[in-house]
Design a protein around this ligand. Structure first.
Ligand SMILES: Cc1ncc(COP(=O)(O)O)c(C=O)c1O
Length: 400
């Protein structure tokens, strides 16, 4: 009898881990490595949020809470959805979990049966396909490349839907591309969905607050209220409030689904950390005035990185609407050779050589389902970004 379960054969370990480990090894050996791989803001959690957590500890909020979130936090999330998205949810339609990741996972676990299909536009956040497989479903990956601005079109969506389609996962602004759907692009998709009542929408709005140039963020249930009953609107405090380590994510959706998600959570982790829930409450109800400044800083960094990479031989770098990633395209560099004699056969070879020979760690596109690309996270200081881009330009110029 095999020790490890058959489930494990359906998923692969994160493709980015080997890269991160190698970057760490090189740095430990004294090499000057710039790491642009991490998917988290480089700001600190705001002081009033940290203070709320300290007070929560001192006031004894250190015990189990309701499984899928304490009532005060659910009320604050309802208010957030009303205020920022024009969505009207009751507390019984809210689920709070240990990060957005657990909320998405719970929803898939609670709904997928063998043979159920989940449409995932590529490039995608690395976890979606493996989460679907873990939950017993079948990922249906649809390429949404640079030619459509990394956005799924209505025709592509229509072509991917079958009688077995249970979910469409949408992520705007996107990890890894930063691309976002404006109202018209979102409406084109919701129009298609109106004709297919068996398809539910999982909208991953994690980067909602990080949009630039006055871009208006929209979410499917807001653009098409008729879809609200089959939409799970997912969000969290990790990216907007620089709280990746606190592990609080949440979603609003139909009660039947929210109850099923609570059942899954009750038999796995129970409630998300009580102290973190109080911190999230402070984040959602407290001052939001630091957000415009964070957006300004990220927008400046985006412009810096796009301008510098557009000047690199063989790289095309689209300018994204949001998040803190760019996803440059490198087809002109495939087949070239590095000064150390490595052939760039694909984007993994490019990223490895860039790390080994130029000391810059990025994530290769194959990890996100669309090649040949690489992802840069520009959640780093301007001078670090400028130095990294200078190294990338120099590296590309030396390829023969
Ligand atoms: C698109 C997307 N969704 C969800 C998550 C999960 O966020 P968390 O579990 O920290 O709330 C991430 C984190 O990287 C992400 O990039």
């Amino acid at each position: 009898m095999a020790f490890l379960s058959d489930t494990l054969a359906r998923v692969k370990p994160s493709a980015t881990i080997a890269m991160t480990n190698r970057a760490r090894e090189l740095a430990a050996a004294g090499r000057d490595i710039i790491s642009l791989g991490a998917g988290e803001p480089d700001f600190d959690t705001p002081a009033h949020v940290r203070e709320a957590a300290k007070q929560a500890i001192d006031r004894g909020h250190t015990r189990y809470t309701a499984v899928d979130g304490m009532p005060e936090l659910k009320a604050a999330i309802c208010e957030k959805f009303r205020r920022e998205n024009g969505l009207s949810y009751r507390p019984s339609q809210i689920s709070v979990g240990t990060g957005g990741k657990q909320v998405l996972f719970n929803a898939l676990m609670a709904t997928l049966n063998p043979g159920d299909e989940v449409i995932i536009p590529a490039p995608y956040w690395v976890s979606y396909p493996d989460m679907v497989r873990l939950a017993g479903g079948t990922p249906v990956v649809v390429m949404a490349g640079v030619e459509t601005g990394f956005r799924l079109t209505a025709a592509q969506l229509e072509g991917a839907i079958t009688p077995r389609t249970k979910w469409l996962i949408l992520n705007s602004p996107s990890n890894p591309t930063g691309a976002a759907y404006d109202r018209a692009a979102m409406r084109a998709l919701t129009e298609v969905l109106l004709h297919h009542p068996q398809v539910r929408v999982m909208s991953d709005d994690m980067y909602e607050h990080l949009v630039f140039d006055d871009f208006e963020f929209v979410t499917p249930a807001q653009v098409e209220p008729a879809l609200a009953g089959r939409t799970l609107t997912c969000n969290g405090v990790s990216k907007a409030y620089a709280m990746t380590g606190w592990r609080i994510g949440y979603a609003g959706g139909p009660e039947e689904l929210i109850r099923a998600m609570a059942t899954i959570q009750s038999q796995s982790t129970s409630n998300p950390c009580s102290v973190s829930q109080h911190a999230a409450l402070a984040a959602l109800t407290g001052p939001q005035d630091f957000l415009p400044e964070w957006r300004r800083v990220f927008q400046r960094r985006r412009d810096l990185v796009v301008a510098m990479l557009e000047g690199a031989p063989g790289i095309r770098c689209p300018r994204p609407e949001g998040a803190f990633y760019v996803y440059p395209e490198i087809s002109a560099l495939i087949g070239r050779t590095t000064p150390a004699g490595t052939r760039i056969d694909d984007d993994a070879a490019f990223a490895n050589a860039l790390l080994e020979e130029a000391g810059v760690a990025v994530v290769f596109g194959a990890a996100f389902g669309l090649s040949p690309h690489f992802r840069i996270s520009y959640a780093a200081a301007d001078d670090v970004l400028a130095e990294a881009c200078t190294r990338i330009r120099r590296f590309c110029a030396t390829l023969t």
